[in-house]
Design a binder for this molecule. Structure first.
Ligand SMILES: N[C@@H](CCC(=O)N[C@@H](CS)C(=O)NCC(=O)O)C(=O)O
Length: 209
């Protein structure tokens, strides 16, 4: 059986989209950051970066949430989550890389400079300003792309949408979607889908209850 290390509200949620859509059974292995489990030798043997998610599928060990999404979609091609034409596949990769490098990256810079994830003396307020500006500019590019579209690529849902749903949920949590009605509508459509996992806010609320 598949083993997935990590739990909501981490980037494990990206993988939940695929596992749910494909109807796959898996064992979830929680990794407790507060107890330093991600830095224990047995975990570092799986992912030397000390981060979740990690997917173990038999002898295959995969890290990087977006790579795991693509791996699962490719392993079960009958679900049609990878576009068939090369042109659309190229666009799917384009948007996934865009989401991870141009949108998630500044979101992460904002998070680490404003939360208790990093000690306060390491916070860099100027970088929050720069990352906010950069993130908004890149969100505007995606907002324009989504005018009149239901999906990021082509006419049916693909891994790009499942990657975007998690990333834009994070952007919404960071109050970055006020000027992006098409992205807000996209998020609503995605989270109304049967395979939608919990949102980041729901996962945090569950932790506190
Ligand atoms: N690029 C990686 C990032 C993974 C990542 O940063 N995961 C966080 C949780 S969302 C983590 O495990 N952080 C632990 C740490 O940085 O020490 C991915 O997309 O999987």
């Amino acid at each position: 059986m598949l083993k997935l290390y990590g739990q909501a509200p981490t980037r494990v949620l990206r993988v939940h989209w695929l596992l749910n859509a494909l109807g796959l059974e898996y064992e979830e292995v929680p990794v407790n950051f507060f107890e330093g489990e991600h830095q224990k030798p047995e975990f570092l043997r799986l992912n030397p970066a000390g981060k979740v998610p990690v997917l173990v599928d038999g002898d295959t060990v995969l890290t990087e949430s977006s790579a795991i999404q693509l791996y699962l979609a490719e392993k079960f091609p009958q679900a049609g989550l990878i576009p068939q034409s090369l042109a659309e596949r190229g666009q799917m990769y384009q948007w996934i890389f865009f989401l991870v490098s141009e949108i998630e990256q500044p979101l992460w810079r904002i998070a680490r400079n404003t939360s208790q994830l990093y000690p306060e003396h390491e916070h860099q307020p100027l970088d929050v300003q720069i990352a906010t500006r950069e993130c908004r500019a890149m969100l505007a590019v995606l907002e324009k792309h989504m005018e009149g579209r239901e999906y990021l690529v082509g006419e049916r849902v693909s891994v790009a949408d499942m990657n975007a749903a998690y990333t834009l949920d994070w952007a919404g949590e960071a109050k970055m979607l006020d000027d992006a009605p098409h992205l807000r509508a996209f998020l609503q459509r995605m989270y109304a889908r049967p395979e939608a996992p919990v949102t980041i806010a729901e996962a945090f609320a569950a932790l506190e209850s």
